[in-house]
Unconditional design. Structure first.
Length: 326
């Protein structure tokens, strides 16, 4: 009898240990749980209002999805699918997470796809000035000076109108671009970043300097003034106009005597926020929308040209609007 009871106790203890091990295997590790909680806190507090709101109203659904997708998660890599699901449930197609190697591991897998296009530009009449924004990684001050040097050299040749080419413009200092293009963009408010709680940071060009949220950013020494106070400006955009290129286009929107041509932009027409997470991960998210100089929110996330959109710029339309005769 004692032998039987001993065997029974051993059997019961074995089943108990197995059951405990199975529960441990289904439980998320503290490391993975801490990472997930840190991510969710940023979603709730820092994401664009609409996404944070969706997170709040769908919290029970999100919690259930997370519970299903993180069973037995031991490492941070094991919860990427759960983070993907959160982005999906809150309707965020632009947020993403990268690992320490810079690889996108969750969210928008196409976030880096700012593809350079093939720019075709026909010969122009001497009275039409062509301005191509530098895309090299110049300092903000050097970028602003380089742009104004282009403007100055073309004005010395004599010009009646301008073509500003934003195609393949994917990076660079936004503040430097504002300061450099200021003489053509005009003095005063050029647009704004629109944050949660109706907070705005206006973009301005005043006396040769760019300002963001009232803070002076880049100043051009001996800033020029264009000979014509409000020349005609044709703006060229397409799918290769991305990130800072889209922000610059938003600053040109609603400028008087201006028309844009081409195709819709790449779809990163917003200010991107960044938050560091554990083990070298970084969370990128929509931090603010873009407003034009008339305080209207631009279309998110792509900006559109005036009139008919075409895959490539139709220069016949550009020349016709500029008044160029055959």
């Amino acid at each position: 009898m004692k032998r039987f009871l001993s065997i029974l106790a051993i059997v019961m203890l074995t089943f108990s240990c197995q059951e405990t091990e199975e529960k441990i295997e289904e439980t998320i590790s503290p490391e993975a749980e801490a990472f997930l909680n840190e991510f969710l806190q940023v979603v709730e507090n820092d994401f664009l209002d609409s996404y944070s709101y969706n997170y709040t109203i769908k919290k029970s659904q999100i919690d259930q999805a997370i519970s299903d997708l993180t069973k037995g998660a031991r490492k941070i890599e094991d919860i990427y699918a759960a983070i993907d699901k959160v982005f999906e449930l809150i309707g965020d197609e632009k947020g993403y997470v990268v690992n320490s190697r810079g690889e996108i591991v969750a969210g928008d897998k196409n976030a880096f796809d700012c593809i350079l296009g093939q720019k075709q530009t026909p010969s122009l009449p001497k009275n039409i000035a062509y301005l191509d924004i530098p895309t090299s990684r110049l300092t903000p001050e050097d970028l602003a000076i380089a742009i104004q040097d282009q403007i100055r050299s073309r004005e010395l040749e004599g010009t009646d109108a301008w073509i500003i080419d934003l195609r393949s413009l994917t990076e660079g200092s936004f503040e430097g671009m504002l300061a450099g293009l200021g003489p053509l963009l005009g003095e005063g408010v050029l647009g704004a970043f629109f944050y949660n709680d109706n907070k705005k940071e206006q973009w301005e060009y005043v006396n040769g300097a760019s300002f963001i949220g009232g803070v002076q950013k880049v100043t051009v020494p001996n800033a020029l003034e264009v000979l014509s106070p409000l020349p005609k400006v044709a703006v060229l955009i397409d799918r290769s106009t991305c990130r800072e290129g889209e922000q610059l286009f938003a600053a040109i929107l609603k400028r008087p005597n201006t028309q844009s041509f081409g195709n819709t932009t790449a779809g990163r027409a917003f200010l991107e926020g960044q938050q560091s997470l554990a083990e070298g991960h970084k969370l990128h998210f929509v931090k603010a929308l873009l407003m034009d100089r008339e305080n209207s929110l631009t279309i998110f996330p792509n900006l559109h040209p005036d009139g008919f959109s075409s895959v490539t710029v139709n220069f016949d339309d550009v020349f016709e609007w500029l008044g160029v005769e055959d």
